[in-house]
Design a protein. Sequence first.
Length: 183
Amino acid sequence: MKFSIIPSVLALASCVLAAPSTLKPFLKRNPTGSFKLVAYSLESSVVDIFYSDGIAYAGDSSKWTYGSVTTDVTFVIEDTEVITTATTSGVTLDSDTLFYIRPIANQVLPVGFTGNGVTVPDDAVTTNFIFYGTYLMWEYDDGSLSDSFRARETNVTGVYELYYDFSNLYPSGYKTPVVKSSS
Ligand SMILES: *[C@@H]1O[C@H](CO)[C@@H](O)[C@H](O)[C@H]1NC(C)=O
């Protein structure tokens, strides 16, 4: 499977990343300490990734009234896992709340979180995350990187459900955000 082109990063930063072959491990740089994840290219300003009932959303969490547990979150990355902590007052997430993607060929699948009694799909993957600069990437077995995040607007304007499009199908109806760390 060919998916190592990381198109959204190249689109945004082609002046920095001349070609995929220039991707070198020394540019992998995980944030130290806690950070937020933010999505660019969805709204006119950058939006935060938040948690609702085990699913990852982007936008203003206060506008999302449908979940039973909804919270803003911060993250730390440790041993390639992205550990998630609630920051909204009155909300606590389990200590094993990990960010996951589902890197399955030819499917566009929701991004979510483990823990908290929410059923996690068998194909969810919580390891092999790295940051390339501030860009959140997922590293495939062969060392290639992908950042194939997609977002589909919910029935609340400005609130998006986050997806992963492992084969870069670019399905219609989905936007192509860039997901980055922000402290
Ligand atoms: C909006 O989406 C939520 C979550 O999927 C759903 O529970 C709710 O019924 C929807 N509301 C409307 C007005 O369609």
